[in-house]
Design a protein. Structure first.
Length: 131
């Protein structure tokens, strides 16, 4: 059932993306990882509003209200069938380019979540557009 449902959802909503494996060292810009080649894959991108509570130190009644931070949460879901075709699994710090979107936006992978069914959920952060 999961395979059938994943295939149906992927065929309706999946889009191509290019995974860029990168390596990082302290105090240096990330560079391409020569041991892991770039890979084309398909997945479902989603971005929507997110809200986080800010927690800090407060004494007595000096912080009577709550502070919230509004942001955008971006994720890229890769179904099990596509994940199994990857030559190397994505890792924190790698990049992903959404090649069919205007401007070909690039996102850094801030976390990789493996589901119990073999899917991958990549938590993304938009890369800076400065040259």
């Amino acid at each position: 059932l999961d395979e059938t449902l994943s295939a149906a959802v992927s065929s309706a909503f999946a889009e191509p993306a290019l995974l860029h494996p990168r390596m990082s060292t302290q105090y240096a810009e990330r560079s391409a990882d020569p041991d892991r080649p770039e890979t084309m894959t398909y997945g479902i991108f989603s971005a929507g509003p997110a809200q986080e509570d800010l927690r800090g130190q407060a004494r007595g009644g000096s912080m009577s209200g709550t502070t919230k931070l509004a942001s955008t949460a971006a994720e890229f879901w890769i179904a099990k069938a596509q994940a199994e075709e990857l030559t190397a699994l994505p890792a924190k710090g790698d990049a992903i380019t959404l090649i069919d979107r205007a401007g070909r936006p690039v996102y850094a992978i801030s976390a990789v979540h493996h589901t119990g069914m073999g899917d991958l959920n990549l938590i993304l952060v938009r890369e800076d557009e400065t040259p």
